[in-house]
Design a protein around this ligand. Sequence first.
Ligand code: ADA
Ligand code: CA
Ligand code: CA
Length: 323
Amino acid sequence: MMQQRLLPAALVLAGIWLVYGCSGGETGAMGTTGSAGTSGTAGTTGSAGAAGTTGAAGRGGTGGTTGVGGRGGTTGTGATTGTGGAPATSSLCTWPTATSTLMLMSTQAISGTYDGGMRRFVGAGPLGTSGQAENQDPLLKIANGATLQNLIIGSPAADGIHCDGTCTLKNVWWEDVGEDAATLEGTEASQVMTIDGGGARSASDKVFQHNGPGTMIIKNFCVQDFGKLYRSCGNCTMQYARHVQLQNVMVVPSSSSSALVGVNTNYNDTATFKSILVKAATNSLTICQRYTGNNTGAEPPKNGSGADGTVCMYAASDISWMP
Ligand code: ADA
Ligand code: CA
Ligand code: CA
């Protein structure tokens, strides 16, 4: 039996939070920190060991799970692999447990810093949509300069999260991606959307969609069962040079995964990859798919894939395969 009530004033960030506590869940108390062991930020990636030196270990999140170890040195000639840090590992895919579930009836605006206390947010009413319709609204709309952290997006997730510009999504987990998980709308080439820690799974199509200009950084992240982790919009009315940087990402593809990243060559996109671990047979997933983008809405054609030194930038050693 679902009990309907407005949240206490402490939860009102901007505008009215139209939320319902789901049965057996929400207590109404505003968590300032996550539950023990769930809300630590992922450790920063250790620097790669040069010539066999030890990679520095990642730093653990405060009060949370141990940080992800840094990538050990692997490229030195005649040297041994660094022992201080581990490469990206499946421990990045340790999914958190929600403290409670909240249902959002309308898009909520986030500015400043909002800590979700590892609550699960799901859409309801007009936001209670899943599937691939392109006209769905996001659950959360993040203002330029804002940070969202320690939160789970459950299902239905509608169009997930939209960032209006520079934003940080820290330790955010999408349990069942809706049309997509998060989109950088943005207005300026200098804007950066940083996804640090967390993970996303069950994305029929894209996880992160980049529609505005600027840069998306995806680090210390887990992606499982997806179409693409990232796509620079192939056919938006406004096209820009877009940039994506992946670092320390655990990738678990499914048979319907089409590529890790999709970028447009004709708008001077760039994609860089460091410490990527793919749980699949060697070269069984396209790492970087290149397209000729357009601004007409047409389906963009593919024009090549793999590292090319200008658009898709990585060395073979940046990608590890774990069959
Ligand atoms: C753009 C793009 C669509 C869709 C959409 C989205 O509008 O042209 O194909 O990907 O972005 O999901 O954000
Ligand atoms: Ca889409
Ligand atoms: Ca979308």
